[in-house]
Design a protein around this ligand. Sequence first.
Ligand SMILES: [Fe+2]
Length: 314
Amino acid sequence: MGILRVGHVDLKVGDLDQALHHYVNIIGLSETSRDAHGRVYLKAWDEWDAYSLVLSPAGGPGLNHIAYKVEHDNDLNVLAEKIGSHGVEVSWNAEGYLHQCGRSIGFDLPSGHRMYLYAEKAFIGKAVGTLNPEPWPDGLLGAGVHWLDHVMLTCPVDENRGINTVVTTTDFLMQVLGFNLAEQVVTDDEGKNQFATWLFRGTKAHDLALGAGGGTGLHHIAFYLEDWNAVLRGADILGKHKVPMDVTPQRHAITRGQTTYFFDPSGNRNEMFAGMGYFAQPDMPTITWLAKDIWRGIFFHDGTPRPDFLENYT
Ligand SMILES: [Fe+2]
């Protein structure tokens, strides 16, 4: 099977207490453990593995790494071989190198982002359990997000020097790691010069997205909510806490997401995202957007250009 889903994101944060207040009391995650380096590990109520978010007190904002979970331990052997054959250096890491995870492999994407793959992570279980579960648990804090849904990375593009790591990273993710291309924004008539891409391994519109930028960075991490009403309620909670907003509740035409964007206290962009969009399958035709129409793709209702939305990343 190979890669299942995004397993966790390791974020740099400044003030740890402020970060915890944000991700626990406002987003609704639960702290599950800490390590000797001062990192805090959190999970959402509908997730079963031990954590999906790592807060690293490292003078944030920014991304330390992303990690994706594979289905079988042997997938690591297969993928390490493929990655190495592609000319990318792969490091093997023993059990425990990634907190509470089995052995893992690490490598740099063409965009410069550090990625890890692992097959095993400590199990905690959903807050509602698995025997006659109720639809949601009591005592949820804040928005009560379900799970870490996807990540969008900013990838270096320098047209003058002929560098476009959205293209090279998308190609790597598809050819080597088996991702499928749901949607793309292209700047040329041939549809080859990608400005942004949305890739999936599961059955939803994206598990990982890439966008062009000036350097290697994080555009946002996104948490899943059940529906549009939950996005509105989530934004109400952000308002109550005076969280810096980036985009109030909106519809993306790209991925059909129902969405709102905001920043954590360190400046990392977060998204709360609802709706499965559409049923994504490997044989689904890729959806293409022309760069001139990108704003209608991102902000469907008014299509107002917001260059800062693309230019600001951590
Ligand atoms: Fe997103």
